[in-house]
Design a protein around this ligand. Structure first.
Ligand code: 13P
Ligand code: SF4
Length: 311
């Protein structure tokens, strides 16, 4: 292991300035990473921040598909990720050749892909969506248009319910959001009467059925800020609690545990691979760096731009 500076935060700050770098962080990152970032957001906000930056270097504290999206939008900038192994179970659940087979089975269908997917999957999709705009993206197609939704079956089923239109759903799941315990949720609600249950749409339907509010990470954050309730049971990755506590200091938050009480399975193991130490090394060495074949990048860019154009 390389020798690290004693003042890690100061060293990161110095490198950020000398490299003309911007640090973007997802809400699921550790609090110390969120606190050092220039911008914190959900996956749509981070994609927009990556699109509008003037920095020479983007250090993306999130998972691989997020940094890859930043690279698709910024071919001429250096895009770094603290740990290249920070993947995503949803992206892994949907290899492009298998999605191509599903497309071949439904030749008239358009493909809406959740941004939690590889560049190869984006490249064979018609449009991308995130959890904040999935409903709007699906509604942008005429009702008679046959649709495939990949890779998250829970977000897909939720959008089918919201819009009333059937879609062919890829059967991927998030290993974090599928772990939440309904029994624990019921215990928390009966112990703290009046609490509001808030959930990310990647949760399983039995968890979503209890929710007072369902939304993306930023929508959940705004709900806690703007709603009066005796407390909030939070059914998403607990990294978001750091910003919830900041925007709503007096409010009581109950992170929903997973089914196995002896493990921190409600924490995303991929997001948590990133550390301040790895951020420092990435800025120092300009590595690990996202690189992409230009043909693939251009094919993946078109459906992303369609999403951006929808607002
Ligand atoms: P958001 O778009 O709500 O930030 O979700 C990203 C994600 O990976 C949730 O697991
Ligand atoms: Fe992927 Fe789930 Fe982690 Fe989000 S929380 S990055 S969907 S594995």
């Amino acid at each position: 292991m390389d020798k690290l500076p004693l003042d890690l935060l100061g060293a990161i700050d110095e490198l950020r300035r000398s490299r003309n770098a911007v640090i973007l962080a997802h809400y699921y990152q550790e609090p110390d990473i969120q606190d050092v970032a220039d911008f914190i957001g959900d996956s749509l906000q981070l994609a927009k921040a990556a699109q509008s930056t003037n920095a020479d270097v983007i250090l993306f504290c999130g998972v691989h598909f997020m940094a890859e999206t930043a690279k698709i939008l910024n071919p001429d900038r250096i895009v770094l990720i603290p740990d290249m192994a920070a993947g995503c179970s949803l992206a892994d659940a949907c290899p492009a050749p298998m999605l191509q087979r599903m497309k071949d089975q439904h030749p008239g269908a358009k493909v809406v892909s959740y941004i939690n997917c590889s560049a190869e999957v984006k490249a064979i999709s018609d449009v991308i969506c995130t959890s904040s705009n999935a409903e709007r993206v699906v509604r942008s197609f005429p009702p008679e248009q046959e649709l495939i939704f990949a890779p998250d079956r829970n977000l897909g089923a939720y959008i089918v319910k919201q819009t009333g239109r059937p879609m062919h759903l890829w059967q991927g799941t998030c290993i974090v959001h599928e772990t939440f315990s309904e029994r624990k949720l019921i215990e928390l609600v009966s112990k703290h009467p009046g609490v509001h249950v808030i959930a990310h749409p990647e949760c399983e339907p039995n968890i979503l059925a209890h929710a007072h509010f369902i939304g993306s990470t930023s929508a959940l954050l705004n709900y806690v800020r703007d709603t009066t309730a005796p407390g909030f049971v939070v059914a998403t990755e607990p990294g978001i609690l750091h910003q919830m506590q900041k925007v709503a200091p007096g409010k009581v938050l109950y992170p929903l545990p997973g089914m196995d009480e002896n493990c921190a399975c409600n924490e995303c193991p991929f997001m948590r691979l990133n550390t301040l130490e790895k951020m420092y090394l990435a800025l120092r060495d300009l590595s690990p760096r996202l690189e992409m074949d230009e043909g693939l990048r251009l094919r993946a860019l078109a459906p992303l731009q369609r999403m951006m154009a929808l607002g």
